[in-house]
Design a protein around this ligand. Structure first.
Ligand code: MRU
Length: 356
């Protein structure tokens, strides 16, 4: 079954502009109250949009980087091959340095560099056309992968179940259905209803601003909770499964996702609730042995102390720790739901089989 439909490439959170020379993204920093769009043409604009989370979510960042490599290649059409390849490598490295944790960013840049390096015999304008085709292929593949992941996720839950999610792993973070909230969106299309609990996700509030926005607009029953309410909601028996996204899955099944995910996993284990991460194979990094090898992004302390408040919520001199992600140990994980199937423990063995 194909999940890709005509018009999907124009309707997601990331797309090519009508003239094909820029990327258009929905500005996720302005949601939920304002639906504003940003046009990105230069490498600085692309870098900055990823850095400030105007475009965010591992797969969406990858799609943006793939289109970015195409858009950045256009003004280089008159260069010779060597100059072109060197300039594209430098641009790719710059865009890739915007955020370190989500592997989809470097994965997409590498895929585009492979197009450049594998077509030395072609003219630069021909290579530029191939970069466009590759970006579109990455975008379409993500739509298919998210659809398939949603289908697998849906097979694990029953109508009426309560599902707890953390951060945002919906269409805004991907291409269409999303990963962790894809099963509920796909279920809704088929007349199956669930009750979703969305952690607000301190400090950047992706759960409040994005997940509850997406689910409300889709007509899905969603209850927003502060992160520190998850334990009570689980204790009350309202949660039958936890679905979260991932930014990088290591070869042993440890995975990085939004800060606070590991705490949700520990709670789920305590209350005997199955805990799943859902992600496309582009988020699995078999070159990364364990979670200890994942680089965790550290962000500006101002996001914790000031960002959402009229006045600061801590003294200027207060020390602050603001890691953007944490690593959930594979022992806390029931299964990894991927586009190639549901992977159960032992993850080191079964992830290898997935890529065999
Ligand atoms: O910092 P963010 O908002 O980019 O973090 C996003 C997440 O942690 C998501 O859960 C993850 O990227 C998966 S999106 C399908």
């Amino acid at each position: 079954m194909s999940f890709f439909k005509e018009g999907d490439l124009q309707n997601g959170s990331v797309r090519l502009s009508d003239d094909g020379r820029s990327i258009v993204i929905i500005d996720q920093t302005k949601l939920p109250m304002t639906e504003a769009y940003l046009t990105l043409t230069t490498k600085e604009e692309i870098y900055n949009a990823i850095k400030i989370l105007a475009v965010r979510g591992a797969p969406a960042i990858g799609i943006c980087a793939a289109y970015g490599m195409y858009v950045l290649s256009i003004p280089k059409k008159d260069m010779g091959y060597d100059e072109f390849a060197a300039a594209m490598k430098a641009d790719g490295e710059y865009v890739n340095s915007s955020r370190p944790t989500a592997v989809n960013l470097s994965w997409a840049v590498k895929r585009q560099m492979a197009v450049i390096e594998g077509n030395k015999d072609k003219s630069v304008p021909e290579i530029i056309e191939l970069l466009k085709e590759e970006a579109i292929a990455i975008h379409k593949e993500d739509i298919e992968m998210c659809g398939t992941i949603s289908e697998y996720g849906l097979s694990l839950i029953k109508p009426g179940d309560g599902i707890l999610t953390h951060c945002n792993a919906g269409p805004l973070a991907t291409s269409k259905y999303g990963t962790a909230i894809g099963p509920m969106l796909l279920g809704k299309e088929r007349g199956i209803d669930f009750k979703v609990f969305a952690d607000e996700t301190r400090p950047l509030l992706q759960g409040a601003r994005l997940t509850s926005y997406e689910l409300t607009k889709a007509g899905i029953d969603v209850t927003l909770i502060c992160d520190n309410m998850a334990s009570m909601v689980m204790k009350n028996g309202w949660v039958q499964a936890c679905f979260v996204g991932c930014d990088r899955v290591a070869a042993n099944g440890d995975f990085a996702n939004k800060i606070g995910t590991s705490g949700v996993a520990i709670l789920a284990k305590y209350y005997g609730i199955p805990f799943y991460t859902l992600g496309p194979t582009s988020t699995i990094d078999m070159s990364c042995p364990t979670g200890a090898d994942i680089k965790i992004e550290q962000r500006d302390p101002e996001e914790v102390k000031k960002m959402w408040y009229k006045e600061p919520m801590a003294l200027e001199e207060t020390k602050c720790f603001n890691p953007s992600f944490d690593v959930t140990d594979h022992e806390l994980l029931t299964a990894i739901i991927t586009d190639r199937g549901i992977v159960y423990p032992p993850f080191d063995v079964n992830l290898k089989k997935l890529f065999a």
